[in-house]
Design a protein around this ligand. Structure first.
Ligand SMILES: N=[N+]=NCCCCNC(=O)[C@@H]1[C@H]2[C@H](O)[C@@H](O)[C@H](O)[C@@H](CO)[C@@H]12
Length: 451
């Protein structure tokens, strides 16, 4: 394969998530989510921004699907809002909630776009949080009930299911650092949540496999990053190994080796965090075969040893490379190296989907009415070249989902960070194609990286 070309049938897509784009948070029976509660809590989100309206996608989804068709994408990755389906997280279902996703899937299929459905992208029903949330084992079983409800009603139309989006971020940012909903700062809650998120994946996977007439493929999406020492001090190397152990291996090892990484279990035990030995049947269920691994890649992590930091004895440091508006280094080589590592250490011939890759930059509408975003075009081009090289080396990457279709609610950053290839004017809800959208359309058309 010549560099920059992609295999026949490569799946080109864009990705979004319910709370970040839908709005209509109190419409058609939707229940409250932890991100409704968190974003309405003063001081949690930039300038008090919330997802109350977001991109108003709940009402504008047909026009948004038309934009995807113009881009020429073959697939669209979106998430279902659990609180639309079960407003209380369990018990009484809300048919109007399911109807929205049926309408969206029908609109996609009418335009020949394959739906790739994420079951959980961070918007836990608040009623379940009040019963303990992800730190409470029962939530994993409620998730499996929710997943089975959707499998039974949508599986004929959905060829790809993703159980969980980024369990690391849900567990650590939501329960340890407190930067994300539900805003807890309790390491034990974080570790319990991490296990219950993996358990929820396992239970949903069982429900899918045991459902008999299941037609599609099912996997999980992890945010994975190369972790590198900022200096050549052996202590920095050890600090990098620890963050790799939490960020990457804490999830990869259970999913592909059936056990948590022993070096990290020992590390946390040494801190007086005696993680309970999970039941072996749960670890076996977590390691049950999946059909693909979803990988979200943005950048690398650069770390130094930091004796005073209580949990990991490390701190992240700013690297020397050019950065995006998130302050994340632009490091496309890290994606190629990550894919090579995954294949050799974990996934082998298992298909991989890049379920998110993209960048935020400070986009603005020019006097000519266009949005010129050369830095995003360069970021995307270099990362696609990295994917192409990995494929040429034999890594079975089957698809790429650009984050994101359009500017949206960027969690604690609110609307201050723009990841879209479509610019959203949040005052008018107008969508404006950025140069990167025109470029991505040409890439898809050519099935290759173009200039
Ligand atoms: N240092 N550093 N670098 C990487 C740390 C990445 C952690 N955040 C993510 O992966 C989130 C993922 C989320 O699915 C989506 O909902 C978010 O909008 C994007 C953009 O933020 C990404």
């Amino acid at each position: 394969m010549t560099e920059g070309r992609f295999p026949e049938g490569f799946l080109w897509g864009v990705a979004t998530a319910a709370y970040q784009i839908e709005g209509a948070v109190a419409e058609d029976g939707r229940g409250e989510s932890i991100w409704d509660r968190f974003s309405h809590t003063p001081g949690k989100v930039y300038q008090g921004h919330t997802g109350d309206v977001a991109c108003d996608h709940y009402h504008r989804y047909r026009a948004d699907v038309e934009e995807m068709a113009r881009l020429g994408v073959g697939a669209y990755r979106f998430s279902v809002a659990w609180p639309r389906i079960f407003p209380q997280g369990r018990g009484q279902a809300n048919p109007k909630g399911l109807d929205f996703y049926r309408r969206l899937i029908d609109a996609l299929r009418e335009r020949g776009i394959v739906p790739v459905v994420t079951l959980y992208h961070w918007d836990l029903p608040q009623a379940l949080q009040e019963r303990g949330g992800w730190a409470h084992r029962d939530t994993a079983y409620r998730f499996a009930d929710y997943a089975a409800y959707l499998f039974d009603r949508l599986d004929e139309a959905v060829p790809y299911w993703i159980t969980q989006n980024e369990p690391f971020v849900v567990a650590i940012l939501g329960h340890v650092t407190g930067e994300h909903a539900p805003g807890l700062q309790d390491p034990m809650a974080g570790f319990r949540a991490a296990h219950h998120l993996l358990l929820s994946h396992a239970l949903a996977l069982q429900a899918y496999r045991e459902g008999g007439r299941r037609h599609g493929r099912i996997g999980i999406t992890l945010n994975l990053s190369p972790v590198e020492p900022a200096g050549d001090d052996p202590e920095d190397e050890a600090a990098a190994r620890r963050l790799d152990g939490l960020l990457n291996r804490w999830f990869l090892d259970p999913l592909f080796r059936g056990a948590y990484p022993s070096d990290m279990v020992a590390h946390f035990a040494g801190l007086g965090l005696p993680l309970p030995e999970p039941p072996q049947e749960e670890m076996r269920a977590i390691a049950a075969p999946i059909d693909f691994l979803g990988v979200n890649y943005y950048s690398r992590q650069l770390v130094r040893h930091e004796p005073g930091e209580p949990l990991m004895a490390m701190r992240q440091v700013e690297g020397p490379l050019p950065k995006t508006a998130m302050g994340w280094e632009v490091y496309p080589e890290g994606l190629r190296r990550l894919l090579e590592r995954l294949r050799h250490e974990y996934t082998g011939e298992l298909p991989i989907l890049i379920t998110e890759n993209g960048a935020a930059f400070d986009d603005a509408v020019s006097p000519d009415g266009a949005v010129h975003d050369p830095a995003r075009v360069a970021y995307l081009r270099d990362h696609l070249l990295a994917v192409s090289r990995a494929i040429d080396d034999g890594v079975p990457v089957r698809g790429y989902f650009l984050w994101s279709l359009m500017d949206n609610f960027e969690w604690a950053h609110g609307y201050s960070k723009r990841f879209g290839v479509l610019y959203v004017d949040f005052d008018t809800q107008a969508r404006i194609w950025k140069d990167s959208a025109h470029w991505y359309r040409r890439v898809i058309e050519a099935n290759a990286v173009v200039d």
